[in-house]
Every structure is written in C-alpha cells, then in structure tokens.
Design a protein around this ligand. Structure first.
Ligand code: ADP
Ligand code: MG
Length: 927
C-alpha cells in the first residue's frame, strides 16, 4: 500500500516539478564576471526568486530512490517500504514504524522512475555549466552499497545512450561546449582504497601522493596520468579501461568496488581571447591607454565526479570488529568526510580535512571554493532503515554547507584599472598588493606562469575590491545616517537647550569620526595612485614581452620559409635522382640479361669444344700413325716462291708418300672444316700434351697451304706456336712447331712477323739445344725461309739466326745440310739483289759469320741439289765487289772458276761467268 502511494506520488511529481532545481543562481548572482554560456538550457537558468537559491554557494543535495529489486525481497518475507516521496514538495518521509515517521526536505527528490537524463540535468548540469564558466565543481554520489551510486554516476550506456550516467553526460556537454582548437579538456581517473591513490588509467602507478599548492591551496595529483580528450568515444574508451583496471585491481586486492572511492577529475582550460575581443569595444572608450594591450587569458577549472564507497561501512566495519585495516582506512576517508560535513554544517572553526586522503582531495568541494552537488542514493526496503536513515542525515547535514564559490577567471588589466580608478575607498588593499608585488617578481622567470598567477591574484583583488566597495557603501550610508542624526541633534539642540551639551559632545565625537574616515579615504586615494603607477609599469613590461615575442615569431616564420624552400629543392633533386636510378636500373637489367645469354653461349661453346676436342683426338690418332711414319722418311720437297728459294718443310717428298699425304690432307681438311681454325688453334693451349701435339701437327699441315698461312697468323696461331716453342720441353712439340713455323715462313708477310715476335731467337735456341736431325731439319728449313727476305737480314744476323743455321752443320745430316745450303743460297741471292739496288753496302753478313769457308770446303761434298745451292750462293756473293777480297783469300775464287766451267746447270755456269767478268779483281785473281 505504502509503496503504491509512493509511486503515485512520484508520478505526479515528475509532471509538476520544473527541471533543474538543484544547483544555484550563481549565474545571475555573478553575471559581471561569468562569461556568457554557450549552451545554456532551461535547467541552468534559475529564477532569482527561487528561495532555494538564496545562498548561491550552498551545497545542493538531491536524493534518488532506487527501484525495488530482488535484494529487497529476502526469503518469503513481504516487502515493506520505509520511504515515501513527495517530489512536488521536495520532501521525503522516512517511516520508522507504523507510528512514527520523519520528513526531510532536499533540493531535489527523484523517484525510482526518474530518468538518468533528468537526474543529470538537475544535479550535474548546473555544476558542469559553472565549470565551463571557470569555477571548480564537484558532483558526488553517497549511499549504501547497491542503492545506485555507480548507476547514477558511472554508467556507460553503451547499448542505450539514455542509460548514460553523469560522467558520460558531463563530458558530452563539456566537449560540445569547448573548442577542439583553443581549449583543452583532460581527464584523470583514480581509485582511493586503503588510503592509497591508484591510477585507473595507468594501473602501475600506485600510492600517488597528493600535492597542495601552498599559495592557492589547490589540491593536485602530479603523479597521475592526465589524458587529453579527443572526443566522446575516446572518453568512453578511457572509462572502460578505468573500469577494467578497477576490476583487476579490486580482484588483486581481494575487495569489491563498493569499498573504494572512484574519482574522475576533468581539467578544463579555455582560452578567453574571443571574450576579450568582444569586450574590448566597450572598454576602448573608457580606457584608451590599455585598449591596445590585449592579453589572451585562460580560464582554468576542474570538475570532480566522485563515486564514493558504500556508506554502510561507516557503521558496520567497526562494530563487526573485522577487516580492521580496511575499516581503519576505507572508513578513515569516509568517516573523515562525515566529520568534515558535520563540522562544516555546525560552522565549526576547525574542519579536519587533513585527516584523510579523500577529505584532502575534496577539500575544495565542501566549504571550499567549488560548486558542489551531492546525490544521495537510497533503497526503499525497510530492512535497511538504519542505513537509509544515516544516508539521509548525511545529506541533510551537507545541505547546510555553504561554499565560497570562486571564479578562476582573471580580469583584464583595463577593467582592473577602471575599477581602481573608480573605487577610491580600499581597505586591506595594501597587504594584498604586497602579495601581488611579490607574485609579480616571482613571475619574471616564467612569463606565462607568472601571468596566470598574476591573473589569479588580480581576481582575488577584484573580489576584495568588491568587498571594499560594499563596505564603503555601508560606510557612506553610515555617514549619511550620522549626518542625519547630527541634523536631528542640532534641531533637538535648538528645541532643547538641556540636551545641548550632550549634543555638542556627540557632535564632536561624530566630527572626529568623520575626520578619521576622511583621513582614511585620503590614505586609500594615495595608495590607489601608487597602485596605479605600478600597474602602468606592469603593463609596460607586458608590452615589452609581447614585442620580443613578435620578433621571435618573425624569425621563426623566416626559418620556416627557408626550410620549406630547402625541402622543395631536395624533393626535386630526389625526384631527378629517382628518374636516373630507374634508368640505370633498367639498363642494368638489360646488361644482366645480355650477360646471362653470353654466359650460356660460352657454356655451349665450351661443351661443343670439348666434344670436338675428343673428336679431333680420335681423328688425330688415326692421322698420327701415318704422319709420324711419313715425317721420318726423309727430306721435304722444295717449291719456288716469289721471294726466292723457299719451301714447305713439313711435307713428304716421295711419290708413294704423296699419295698417302693426299689422303692425310683430306683428313686434315675434314678436321679443319668440322672443327674450325679457331678451335684448332685453341687446342694448342690444351693441358693435354697429346691434344697439343696433334693440334700442332694439324696446324703445321695447314700451314703448308698458301691459303691457310695468313689466316693462321691472323687468328693468333703464330703467337701460339712461338709460345709453344719457348715454353714446351717436349721434342715432338719442338719439331712439329718448328715445321709449322717453317711453313708459315714461306709467306713473305709472315716472315717479318716471325722476326718481330722473336722467332729467329727462339729457333736459334732450339737449334743449339737439340741434336735430333728431324728437329734440326725443321729449324734449318724455317731459318732458310727467313733468309729469303733481304729486309730481315740484319735482324736475322743480330738474333743469331745465321750463326744457328751454320751451327746445325755439326751433325752432318744431309737433310739438314740441304736446308742450310738452301738458306745460304737464299740469303746470298737476296743480299746481292739488295746491294745491287743500292739498299745496302759492305761485305756479306754471311761471310762475317763464317759461311764462306764452309762453302769453299764443301761445295762438292753433298748431294747434287745441296751442291747446286752452294754454287748459287758463290755466284751471288761474287756479285758484290766488297766480297771479292774474302772470296780470293778464302780460296773461293777457285770454286767460282770451277763453277763457271763445270757446273751441271748452264744458268749457274753463266751466273759465275758473269760475276767473274764483271769484277776485274776477281778476273785477275782467277788467272
Ligand atoms: P552502488 O554503486 O550504489 O553499489 P549500483 O549502481 O551498482 O549501486 O546499483 C545496484 C543495482 O541496482 C545495479 O544492478 C543497478 O543497475 C540497479 N540500479 C540502481 N539504481 C537504479 C535505477 N535508478 N534504475 C534502475 N536500476 C538501478
Ligand atoms: Mg558502485
């Protein structure tokens, strides 16, 4: 029954009661210093006639009844409500039993149906708005565990925004009313448990100390994390993190959230620039001196939203005698809060705020300078009558507390100046000004910090000035009153001479009082003047600082410009380098591909070469048997060439052999066609001696053909052969290589190359080292061929070629001697031609190396062809006048005569005769 009545009452009340009765009319009471509110709503606009708003600084207390829940129905007992609400009268009736009940009045009474929005708008919104206007504010929930403190204050309402509690709604309003550009909104979220402050945003921070500014008395937690908010989602995230940390921390400490206090601190810093500019137009007229020095000012304020620990513990923990430590600490804070509230409610001179951390943190919220709203939460069940009753008593006491709400906004210097000008009577100003001066000197180190402090100081001074003005007004009234009394007295004096003396005394006394007051006024005036002077100085300093700031800003601008130029330049450089890099990279790619295909080619060729080498080896083995057999058979044929007596050395002579050799030649040309010259030549460098030997043989055979000679040299064959001659120790190599060189030396242009490349020296070296007749025959043949080029004669002699040729006579092998004789004949013939053409003079180089004596001694010793060569050589030597002496002295003249008479060849006979006849010395000696 009772509960039905109560719910009907609450329904009625919700319709009738205007929103937002908690809070105060401070906005109207302090319109001069409070800036215009951006998001003012009906709830924040208080009627000045509202009797509840008589005291703007009083702590506003609302009570909220939680709806019934399962906990209210223990076992099978019936539910009994002990609470009856009369929201229209802002009354709550607490029934002790059927016979007695008490009625209490609050600033607002919320039924169990009141919405979160309504509770917020009535309890917290006025505080939030006053915080946005620069005042500090506190919203706090107090009540027994389970009565809805956290529901009211901390609910996130993630799924249903209408469920959002005070914290989320407050931040929603704050973020909507502040500028993301010029204002800063920061939050800290803390838990106070066992007298230890824990950071719910940074759980590793434990036991954070509380600091108090000795000057302003402001309480802060310098160790706590302060997070600047981006938006509401960011805040919801932080709250969630905080809740998770709170849960984790409480699990670790083996406690519940109901035993700790959760404190959300919101720090707001707003820039007042806009307001200043707006106000400046009205100020400009009254104080031209200062209108040009606008100082951007900051409005700093703090909002605390506190979810207190369950209030039942105040009563229980001590009496139950357990959890001593916890009782001592949890309740130390909560008990101490109760004590402070009591002391404040009773206007006690000592408020024990220092007794606990909670009361230190909330020092400002009760009896301090903040605007404070308290919501007490209760359950309906009679079961908890005593807890509900003590909660209500707490609320009742809190309602008596009056705070001196202070605006933390500073006044600009112009308005201060004006006020100082206008308000002449100032008391206690001197002391305040001294403090002000001291603050100013401290501020010279850090200008911004100094400004803020200075602004605060000025704010206080302005308030003092206001007070002074008020007092001055009172005093003026008193003076008027006194004057009136005096007049009355004078009138009375006229009427009643009896009272004249008394009146005279009174007049004298009042006169003195007036004099004193006038003197005081004068003093104040002079103090005002000096204050004015100091203010002027301050303004000057401020303007200087502004100027220097301007200069620095200019420098920064220039540097920025320079930086951006450099940046642009480097960007373009990087761009062009990038393009270059790309080009090089693609070029590299191409080259890499080319390289790869080349590598493949080389590999293929190497493989091909290998197989060819094997084939050549096979072919050569077959060939080898034949050629070795042929080579050993005897001297080589001689052919005529344009350069004179020259011939292929590496070729068989007999008819039978010729047939064999033509087969062999076919084989060689087959090899040549299939393998290719360059491959054959490369085999000269083979590591395998067998391959080397066969390759030299093939090259020697090829070199016998006129058409191959030049090509072999062109493709580096000559170099390879000379290298073999020099480097190899193998006699077969020596022999066949010498043969190959001999064949190449048949070609006139090759002869010069062989000489230039030191061929004569190498041949001479081989000739001196070996006694193998076959090798000697090849070497002799090679030198003999070189003898057929008169341009090479001098070099040939110098390189020891002629000496080597004559030296090979030593073995007495007829084949060798035949080549020697051919060489001598070649040499003599070409030399005589050169001398007759006038290219050279002097006696024959042959004679110098001793050829003549051997010729004289052996002209008839050897075969017919050898003898014919010797005879030819005689004839040619005799052509040169300078040789005449030697021919005569060596006995060669006799041979010459013999040749002219008995040589088997007619052309030689004629040649000898011609020589004798053309030279009178010889002719004379012949006779
Ligand atoms: P406290 O923080 O005071 O211990 P809670 O806020 O945790 O209490 O509330 C206890 C229970 O009651 C929770 O389940 C909560 O959702 C519910 N509750 C509290 N107040 C209300 C309300 N006004 N309307 C609906 N449910 C409420
Ligand atoms: Mg709670």
């Amino acid at each position: 029954m009772a509960s039905n009545a109560s719910s009907r009452a609450s329904l009625r009340s919700e319709r009738q009661i205007p929103t937002g009765r908690v809070g105060n009319g401070s906005a109207s009471a302090r319109t001069k210093s409070v800036p215009p509110k951006r998001s003012a709503t009906a709830s924040s606009l208080r009627s000045p006639v509202d009797p509840d708003n008589a005291d703007p600084g009083r702590v506003r207390v609302a009570v909220r009844l939680r709806p019934r829940n399962a906990d209210d129905f223990p076992h099978d007992s019936d539910f009994t409500s002990c609470v009856e609400l009369q929201p229209e009268f802002k009354r709550l009736k607490l029934r002790k039993n059927n016979w007695s009940s008490e009625s209490y009045r609050f600033d607002e009474v919320f039924t169990e149906r009141s919405s979160q929005l309504r509770v917020y708008e009535a309890v917290a919104k006025p505080v939030v708005e006053s915080v946005l206007a620069g005042y500090n504010g506190t919203v706090m929930a107090y009540g027994q565990t389970g009565t809805g403190k956290t529901y009211t204050v901390g609910r996130l309402g993630k799924d249903d925004p209408s469920e959002r509690g005070i914290m989320v709604r407050a931040l929603e309003d704050i973020l909507a009313s502040t500028s993301a550009v010029s204002d800063i909104v920061e939050v800290s979220y803390l838990q106070l448990y066992l007298e230890s402050v824990q950071d719910l945003l940074a759980p590793e921070k434990n036991n954070i100390p509380i600091a108090e500014d000795p000057k302003t008395g402001e309480v802060s937690l310098p160790g706590a994390a302060v997070v600047e908010l981006r938006d509401l989602d960011h805040f919801l995230e932080l709250l969630q993190t905080g809740e998770a940390n709170r849960h984790a921390s409480n699990t670790k400490l083996n406690t519940e959230s109901s035993r700790s206090h959760a404190i959300l601190a919101v720090h707001i810093q707003r820039s007042l620039k806009g307001k200043e500019e707006k106000d400046s137009s009205s100020l400009a007229n009254s104080s031209d001196n200062f209108s040009s020095h606008r100082v951007p000012l900051l409005l700093k304020s703090k909002l605390l939203i506190v979810d207190l620990a369950g209030s039942e513990r105040i009563n229980k923990s001590g009496s139950e005698g357990h959890m001593l430590e916890e009782a001592k600490f949890i309740n130390l804070s909560l008990t101490s809060l109760g004590k402070c509230i009591n002391a404040l409610a009773e206007n006690s001179p000592h408020i024990p705020t220092r007794d606990s951390k909670l009361t230190r943190l909330l020092r400002d919220s009760f009896g301090g300078s903040a605007r404070t709203s308290l919501i007490i939460t209760i359950g309906p069940s009679a079961k908890y009558y005593s807890e509900t009753s003590s909660t209500i008593m707490f609320g009742q006491r809190a309602m008596k507390i009056v705070n001196t709400v202070k605006l933390k906004e500073e006044v600009d210097y112009e308005s201060l100046y004006r006020k100082v000008e206008n308000q002449k009577k100032l008391k206690e100003y001197e002391a305040s000004f001294a403090e002000f001066e001291e603050t100013f000197s401290m501020k010279s180190e850090n200008l911004e910090k100094e400004n803020n402090r200075l602004e605060l100081e000025i704010r206080r001074l302005v308030e003092d000035l206001n007070n002074e003005k008020h007092q001055n007004d009172l005093m003026s009234k008193e003076i008027v009153h006194l004057k009136m009394s005096l007049n009355q007295s004078k009138e009375q004096q006229l009427e009643n001479s009896m009272s004249q003396n008394i009146l005279a005394d009174t007049t004298q006394m009042y006169g003195k009082k007036i004099e004193e007051l006038l003197k005081q006024l004068e003093d104040e005036q002079s103090r005002s003047a000096s204050l004015e002077e100091q203010l002027n100085e301050m303004c000057q300093q401020l303007s200087d600082t502004q100027n220097s700031l301007q200069t620095q800003e200019n420098v920064v601008d220039e540097l920025k410009k320079e930086l951006s130029e450099i940046h642009e330049e480097s960007t373009s450089q990087i761009q062009s380098l990038k393009v270059k890099y790309d080009e090089l990279f693609s070029e590299k790619e191409l080259l890499y591909e080319e390289l790869k295909s080349m590598e493949e080619k080389v590999l293929n060729e190497a493989r091909q070469r290998k197989s060819l080498e094997e084939e050549v080896l096979k072919l050569n083995r077959a060939l080898c048997d034949n050629s070795v057999e042929l080579e050993s058979k005897g001297p080589y044929s001689m052919t005529r060439s344009a350069s004179g007596l020259s011939g292929a050395v590496f070729m068989p002579r007999s008819v039978k052999s010729r047939e064999t050799i033509s087969g062999q030649k076919d084989t060689i040309s087959k090899i040549f066609e299939e393998v290719g010259l360059s491959n054959i030549l490369s085999m000269l460098k083979s590591e395998d001696l067998d391959v080397q030997i066969h390759a030299v043989k093939v090259v020697a055979n090829l070199a016998a053909e006129d058409i191959n000679q030049e090509r072999i040299v062109e493709e580096g064959g000559l170099d390879a052969l000379l290298l073999l001659l020099e480097a190899s120790e193998n006699t077969t190599i020596h022999r066949v290589t010498a043969g190959a060189i001999a064949n190449l030396a048949m070609n006139g242009s090759n002869q010069g190359l062989i000489m230039n490349k030191g061929g004569a020296r190498l041949l001479a070296n081989i000739a001196s080292k070996t006694n193998d007749p076959q090798t000697l025959r090849m070497v002799a043949g090679a030198i003999a061929n070189l003898c057929g080029n008169e341009k090479l004669h001098v070099t040939l002699k110098k390189d020891g070629g002629i000496k080597a040729l004559l030296g090979m006579i030593r073995g007495g092998h007829s084949d060798v001697i035949a080549q020697i004789a051919r060489g001598i004949a070649n040499f003599a013939k070409c030399e005589s031609r050169s001398i007759s053409q006038g290219f050279r003079k002097g006696r024959s180089l042959l004679i110098e190396d001793g050829a003549l004596n051997w010729m004289v001694a052996n002209s008839t010793t050897f075969s017919a062809s050898t003898s014919r060569h010797i005879e030819l050589a005689f004839c040619h030597l005799a052509q040169n006048e300078d040789n005449a002496g030697d021919i005569i002295s060596s006995g060669g003249i006799k041979e010459l005569v013999r040749i002219s008479q008995v040589s088997s060849r007619e052309d030689i006979r004629n040649l000898a005769k011609k020589a004798l006849n053309s030279n009178p010395v010889l002719l004379a000696a012949a006779r």
